[in-house]
Design a protein around this ligand. Structure first.
Ligand code: SAH
Length: 652
């Protein structure tokens, strides 16, 4: 029976801080030899956001090997194999290697097909070039999920890698794997759920089982990262003592160290050296709480199964909290009960709780956004998720790859019809919830509800979601829900929790997009090179008097002025009035840019001036940019000088 010892777990996990979960942007290097190769490289560059095209040299390859996530070679595979052979270590760390012929007819996934993502890259490039991807990994050619890839996609840590080949072969031969899982997880085809650990090939659990007489000798252990370790320690406790205490506390109760999700403690320990070294070493997020927050939990024995018995006068004198490890673990996990009550081991106290929400399944589609920030509880998302996504001015090319990924990974897409129409290609296989322009509150409420029920929801806004769009509204709704929770808790409602309802249950991320002001400025030239003010002329949610006041202030202060929502059928006169106000402080010749449908099929760009601007068509798909006193027009471009020209003139 291979449960994997604590020792082997530790050697697996020990790593420098930078190599932890925060490894951020995946960089791609494309190597070429010939001119044809160079031209093809330039073409492929458009497919990825962070790419460097490099002339092939073996030293450059060695350098890129350690720094880049993906290496693409446009040359004969023999050259590539000879060059990378001495660099190969193992499938967990080697970068993806993809080889292309000069014509782009074949994209060969050569190395790290699954975990490194070479298969996916080969398919993407082949699709892009209308060529053929060459994939040789058996699970792919048999259309079966690869266990290591599936584990990665579901944020499960493989404990005993040595079993991967045998389990994969078992799966390929029989088309079935029996899976015992203690977390909620969607099984792909061929994975059969079983109730008894002893009859499973795959065990998804944070517990160290001792199984005797099992039918199969080898089982694979996948560890969900769902344990929160509450830690209290005396000042000056060493990293080794903390590490040892955590391992002993877990081992005694048969929990896996690999299942640690994060560490929780009191805020005054945030700078404790030993504790900091411990979390850095393993890449664990750390979440801290104030003494007040911790005391609330320790004293509410009815709400949480933690009695003030665990409290200590000594701890109180030193920290102001009656207890640290237990309430911190509970607060961070949102759980009602501890898995492991406080263990005092030398200078360290350790308590363990489990994140309630389990693991979300991301079986198919593109990878999750590569590095979502942790939420305020130090979690990479609970059951449900809301991505508040900006889709830019209109065309799919102007949506960031990160935002596209979030959309692809969502179960439900919520948004206003016109914006959804613009991204229809991206969302054709999604559940869609679309409503009219003025029903945004309903839309956002629905999104929150869906996320509460465990769905991953993308709330779509055109442009940037935080600029006259949905992000603020989603947070306002969540804040209201919070207030309700806190009130229920204050009224001693047994079913309520002092932790905000949503914070313990859903993950929220705002994903930026190119706003109309960026898109329109780009089309006009460079009108926003100096300070600018953006003003929406919509008085649906803002009193018109306030809008006039802001127009007046911005005009007086010589800001470049961007007018969003310049005109609608109901209030055609607003733009006239805005012009009047601005004309009080600016010359009639001041350049004005009018951009309709930037980056859309119906795009129209006009450069005029304050005097003539009303002669042109201005509607709700239009943004108007009014120059400051220095803005000029040159070569049909609108330019606001930053001051460089003075320097240039002085020099020449
Ligand atoms: N969140 C959006 C703004 C929504 S308010 C953003 O960041 O861009 C809607 C207004 O944005 C429109 O009335 C128009 O003034 C402007 N707008 C949005 N997309 C535009 C585009 N493609 N071209 C020009 N203006 C646009």
């Amino acid at each position: 029976m291979a449960t994997g010892s604590e020792k082997s777990e530790v050697s697996l996990l020990r790593r420098p801080a930078e190599a932890g979960s925060k490894k951020s942007v995946i960089k791609t290097a494309i190597f070429y030899i010939t001119d044809n190769g160079f031209n093809l490289a330039k073409k492929i560059k458009r497919l990825y956001s962070d790419v460097e095209v490099l002339k092939f040299k073996s030293e450059a390859v060695s350098e890129a090997w350690n720094e880049r996530g993906n290496l693409i070679f446009i040359m004969a595979s023999g050259i590539v194999i000879r060059t990378v052979a001495p660099l190969i270590k193992d499938k967990r760390t080697d970068p993806a290697v993809v080889v292309l012929d000069e014509k782009g007819g074949f994209a060969v996934s050569l190395l790290s097909g699954h975990l490194g993502g070479a298969n996916k890259i080969a398919k993407e490039i082949a699709d892009f070039l209308s060529g053929q991807a060459v994939i040789t990994t058996a699970s792919d050619t048999n259309n079966l999920p690869a266990i290591d890839l599936w584990a990665k996609e579901n944020d499960l840590v493989i404990e005993n890698w040595d079993t991967v080949p045998e389990i994969s072969t078992r799966f390929l031969n029989s088309g079935e794997l029996r899976v015992y899982s203690e977390v909620e997880i969607k099984m792909p085809e061929g994975f059969l759920r079983v109730d008894k650990p002893s009859s499973a090939d795959v065990l998804i659990t944070n517990k160290q089982f001792k199984i005797q007489n099992s039918k199969f000798k080898n089982k694979i252990y996948l560890r969900p990262k769902n344990l929160i370790i509450g830690i209290g320690c005396n000042s000056g406790t060493s990293v080794d003592e903390i590490e040892d205490a955590v391992k002993r506390a877990l081992a005694e109760k048969n929990f896996s160290f690999l299942s640690i999700h994060s560490v929780a403690t009191i805020d005054i320990k945030a700078d404790e050296k030993g504790l900091n070294e411990f979390v850095r070493e393993y890449g664990f997020p750390i979440k801290t709480f104030t003494a007040d927050e911790l005391n609330k939990i320790s004293s509410e024995s009815g709400v949480r199964s933690i009695r003030p018995v665990g409290s200590s006068e000594i701890v109180f004198k030193a920290t102001g909290a009656y207890a640290v490890a237990e309430p911190a673990a509970l607060l961070a996990s949102g759980a009602d009960e501890l898995l492991v009550r406080k263990q005092k081991i030398g200078n360290v106290t350790v308590a363990v709780s489990e994140i309630k929400s389990g693991v979300r399944c991301q079986v198919s589609g593109a990878a999750l956004p590569p590095h979502p920030p942790l939420d305020k509880w130090g979690r990479r998302g609970g059951k449900g998720k809301i991505y508040i996504v900006g889709t830019g001015p209109g065309s799919v090319e102007h949506i960031t790859p990160y935002a596209q990924n979030a959309i692809r990974n969502s179960d439900v897409i919520v948004g206003y019809g016109t914006y959804l129409e613009l991204i229809k290609e991206l969302i054709k296989d999604k559940e869609i919830l679309s409503t009219g322009m003025t029903q945004e509150i309903e839309r956002c409420k629905k999104a929150v509800e869906l996320a509460m029920n465990g769905k991953t929801v993308s709330v779509i806004s055109g442009g940037d979601p935080g600029i006259y769009a949905m992000a603020g509204l989603v947070f306002e709704l969540l804040k209201d829900r919070n207030a309700l929770c806190v009130m229920r808790y204050a009224l001693k409602d047994k079913n309520s929790s002092p932790i905000t309802d949503y914070a313990s249950r859903i993950y929220v991320e705002v994903i930026p997009g190119i706003s109309a002001l960026n898109a329109c400025a780009a089309r006009l030239g460079a009108p926003l090179m100096h300070d600018f003010a953006s003003i929406s002329l919509s008085d649906r949610l803002t009193p018109w008097e306030l809008i006039e006041k802001r127009l007046d202030a911005a005009a007086k202060a010589d800001f470049v002025i961007i007018l969003y929502n310049p005109k609608s059928k109901g209030r055609a006169e607003h733009i006239d009035r805005a012009r009047e106000i601005i004309l009080k402080c600016r010359k009639p010749e001041t350049p004005v840019g009018i951009v309709k449908g930037a980056m859309r099929e119906n795009e129209r760009v006009i450069i005029t001036d304050l005097k003539n601007m009303l002669l042109h068509d201005i509607d709700m798909q239009t943004t108007v940019i009014i120059g400051n006193s220095q803005t000029f027009v040159w070569d049909n471009r609108m330019i606001t000088p930053r001051g460089y020209e003075k320097k240039l003139l002085r020099r020449s």
